[in-house]
Design a protein around this ligand. Sequence first.
Ligand code: FES
Length: 185
Amino acid sequence: MSSTQDTNRYDRPLERRVTRRNFIVWYLAGLLTALVVAIIAPILVYIYPPPGQTKRQGIKIQLPKPLDQIEPGTAVEFESPPHTGFLMVDGGGDNYAGKIGFKGYVVNLGQELVVLSATCSHLGCQINPPSGSQKLFLCPCHGSEFNLDGKVVHGPAIAPLSHYAWHASGQGEITVLGVPLPGVG
Ligand code: FES
């Protein structure tokens, strides 16, 4: 008698009713997990950078003219040496902190010098040097325009240009944060 009852109990299909309460608990648990991943993932990437970003280094660039000879309202173009790339320190649109760029501009804004990436924030084309009376960077791909401090003047880009981390390291020389890229360039 007792043995038959036990068998029936274990043969019974498992009842897994989805109650509203269960649903809310699982929903909140999922939400919490996603939140924790979103917060922790960037921290882990910072602590354990992906391969290629493990060897951050200063890349010395010789400019065509000394920094103090870059006229206010003008920009000087430079490129990364072979087998190296520069690291963007901020971003928006198609760009992001840590993305690699190969070209940039030292811009004299009057009160300060800034170093911008030449990679368009729309879809990554290389912007042209500033031109015209308004001195705008123009992207040849879809016509986005950026002013000298990198802000969007005309879309389709919606995010400003990214910056590179840099410091002056000599007469006409700057050092830009980048990474070695063996086999590239
Ligand atoms: S890539 Fe520059 S405007 Fe589209």
